[in-house]
Design a protein around this ligand. Structure first.
Ligand code: G3P
Length: 217
């Protein structure tokens, strides 16, 4: 399973990329707005830090302009995945860019029917938003199960990229369902490492080691 980080914060990206756990990055207009920086510059810098796919989102809503935006974003670096919304124009853009060999991430997916359309449009990634579904009383992970089942049944190449992840449990459930990727906020990626029994156990081992008076180096 691949881990992408869902942020446009360059310090977090550098810090977490150094752990070797980051397979890619996803951004969205809200995350870019938080940085207060130029979108195109930020995307170019991120694409230079990580080797894997870096999602950069179009902001036009009509096909012609979205396609131009997508082409411009894709030209920034080879590892850019152009992000388009799950609308008719977004899917048309997805098809046009995918036909040219550009990776496309179709975002704002909230139903299995939408995910089916994205796969048919040639998306490299489909981004179902599990947290936002949970927020409105639906079961986000049930949607992941449905999409994984449908994609496996038809052998679609589109990767299921679990988005809007709110905590480690979402990541574990996504892994149990066989999702290809989870994009997680930096905080959640750091939470994945932690367990109080790991800290407690390490303290005890080191205390006992100290009693031996030995060193390894
Ligand atoms: O990047 C898309 C998605 O992960 C956003 O998550 O937390 O704003 O629902 P969130």
């Amino acid at each position: 399973m691949k881990f992408f980080i869902d942020t446009a914060d360059l310090d977090d990206i550098r810090d977490l990329a150094a752990t070797g756990m980051v397979d890619g990055v996803t951004t969205n207009p809200s995350l870019v707005a938080k940085t207060g920086r130029s979108f195109l510059e930020v995307v170019e810098e991120i694409a230079g830090i990580v080797d894997g796919p870096v999602s950069a989102e179009c902001v036009a809503t009509d096909f012609e302009t979205m396609l131009k935006e997508g082409e411009k974003l894709a030209a920034i670096a080879d590892n850019i995945a152009v992000k388009v919304p799950l609308t008719v124009d977004g899917l048309k853009t997805c098809k046009a860019l995918s036909d040219k060999g550009v990776m496309v991430n179709v975002t704002l997916c909230f139903s299995a029917a939408q995910a089916l359309l994205a796969a048919k449009a040639g998306a490299a990634f489909i981004s179902p938003f599990v947290g936002r579904l949970d927020d409105v009383g639906q079961d986000g992970m049930e949607l992941i199960a449905d999409i994984c089942q449908i994609y496996a049944q038809y052998d679609f190449d589109t990767e299921v990229l679990v988005a809007s992840v709110r905590g480690p449990q979402h990541v574990v459930m996504a892994a149990k369902l066989g999702a290809d990727v989870a994009t997680v906020p930096p905080k959640v990626l750091r939470q994945l490492y932690g367990h109080p029994l790991t800290d407690k156990g390490l303290d005890a081992f080191l205390a006992d080691w100290k009693k031996t008076g030995q060193t390894i180096l």
